[in-house]
Design a protein around this ligand. Structure first.
Ligand code: F0G
Length: 482
């Protein structure tokens, strides 16, 4: 809300929308929250939503839809083959990205499955600015190795670098030279780099990466799932592009890439995904697998209603007053927490506010999952469901040892246009309370540990009865408040 100044001089994120459909929320008492958390194996993924007050697990598939998206869903063309809904979707993507070929898929990881099966050969490398959980799993399943070549700043929790999602281009040039282009399946850039705190890359950096790739005939693949945040940050933070429209910046980004894929659960604010390619030969290599895994080429596993909603959602992403809502609320939350001394990732990124669990709970070793413990404690404290993004989200090594994550984060996602400022203030209040009683929180240990993507279904228990201590303290401080 840069343009709207308040008489008080206060900087507040201002909702540029009004709420016309609501869902009632329920906050169960702290004792019941403790019980629910223990029953969920101390894993916020395993909570039932009826027990959650502020669902800030993710922005995936839970962004608010606009009335125009809802309206478009009513006029979807329900046909297996040749649906007009798909052609509208295809032409919107062609218009925004300037690429010709659109392969529909049911969500982001479905795109990753197909991309990895087609392009990753046993023993090959995939350099990227940073991994995402599902991306890495698919590349590894196909015998590839993920190589993270982010800049040093990217891994600093607190930095002045406005583009922490940048690739270290010197490292990339050296890597290509050392390994040889033939051993590189493709280079992947992730917009709004999720696991380091929703941090953007700059357009200049993408340009350099693109030049290096194309000089060596290597495909550049963009994961555009979190593109809307990245677009906003380029416009706001990158001097050279501040006078360009979001639409122009989008086109510039796309022009630098060979393949773009996205989870439309994020980009487009509905539920689906797509792989977008420039060349017929890439389209031809993947289309068979789309029909095998996803569905016919005019729906790719998506409902036609969702396809219509995504088409409108993509167009709405070109509106700065739409895409600024997430980042501005996140910035507000980040600043308020900083004022109270709570360790958070800075600069504020997209997707959510990221709490640094390593500093929040310095007494918990990484092997006891401080970020997992903090996520569990936050739910007990306020019915707030965040997501662990640390060691628990890594895979255990084949020798049984832990892969200690670079960062131990708890992500408090702000699904776009879903929560109001008073709700965000409540969340801030409860995080600050927990920070003041952080010594009560102890570690976790696995009771049941799945081999792949263990954070989704893994069940853990507390190393001591600290959840009970937390409930007791809550009652002391808040009396009979929920
Ligand atoms: N790439 C990125 C950058 C993502 O953030 C996600 C999903 C995916 C790919 C996979 O997409 O879920 O549609 O299959 N991120 C979700 C999250 C799970 O909560 O951050 P998907």
């Amino acid at each position: 809300m840069e343009q709207i100044k308040l008489f008080s001089g206060q900087a507040l994120p201002l909702e540029m929308h009004k709420v016309r459909i609501v869902e009632k929320l329920n906050l169960i008492p702290v004792e019941e929250r403790a019980k629910a958390m223990i029953e969920a194996g101390c894993n916020t993924f395993l909570l039932r939503n009826k027990d959650v007050f502020m669902d800030m697990l993710t922005d995936s598939g839970v962004n608010a839809m606009s009335q125009n998206q809802q309206a478009a869903m009513l006029v979807a063309d329900d046909s297996y083959a040749g649906s007009e809904s798909f052609y509208r979707f295809e032409s919107k993507i062609q218009e925004l990205f300037g690429m010709n070929f659109v392969l529909p898929a049911h969500q982001g990881r479905a795109c990753e499955n197909i991309l990895s099966q087609v392009y990753v050969k046993d023993g090959q490398f995939v350099p990227m600015n940073y991994h995402f959980t599902t991306t890495k799993a698919h590349i590894q399943l196909n015998g590839g190795t993920v190589v993270e070549l982010m800049t040093e700043e990217g891994l600093k929790i607190n930095s002045d670098e406005m583009f922490k999602g940048n690739m270290d281009t010197n490292a990339l040039a050296k890597f290509i030279k050392d390994k040889g282009p033939e051993n590189i399946a493709f280079v992947r850039m992730e917009a709004g780099t999720n696991l380091i705190g929703g941090q953007p890359f700059s357009l200049k950096n993408l340009e350099e990466v693109s030049n290096l790739c194309h000089h060596s005939n290597i495909l550049l693949v963009l994961d555009a799932s979190l593109l809307s945040d990245n677009l906003y940050f380029i416009k706001k933070r990158e001097e050279d592009f501040k006078n360009q429209s979001i639409r122009q910046i989008t086109k510039k980004i796309a022009n630098l890439c060979d393949i773009i894929y996205f989870s439309a659960r994020k980009l487009g604010s509905a539920r689906g995904g797509a792989i977008v390619v420039r060349k017929q030969e890439d389209y031809d290599r993947m289309k068979g697998l789309i029909t095998l895994y996803e569905g016919f080429l005019t729906y790719g596993g998506m409902s036609v209603r969702e396809i219509e909603a995504i088409t409108i959602g993509l167009e709405e992403t070109m509106d700065e007053n739409m895409i600024n809502q997430g980042p501005q609320f996140i910035e507000y939350m980040t600043n308020e927490l900083l004022k109270a001394g709570v360790p958070v990732v800075t600069p504020a990124g997209g997707l959510g506010c990221h709490i640094n669990a390593k500093d929040f709970l310095p007494h918990i070793p990484q092997e006891q999952y401080p970020a997992g413990a903090l996520a569990a404690a936050l739910y007990v404290t306020g019915g707030i469901r965040g997501m662990e993004r640390g060691t628990l989200s890594e895979e255990r090594q084949s020798d049984g040892s832990e892969t200690l994550a670079n960062m131990e984060l708890v992500r408090i996602a702000l699904p776009r246009r879903v929560f109001t400022l008073s709700q965000v203030k409540y969340v801030i209040d409860r995080i600050i309370w927990l920070f003041n009683h952080r010594e009560l929180v102890q570690g976790l240990v696995f009771e049941l540990e799945p081999e792949i993507l263990r954070f989704f279904f893994g069940r853990l228990t507390t190393i001591s009865p600290w959840i009970e201590d937390l409930v007791k303290k809550f009652r002391e401080d808040f009396g009979d408040s929920l």
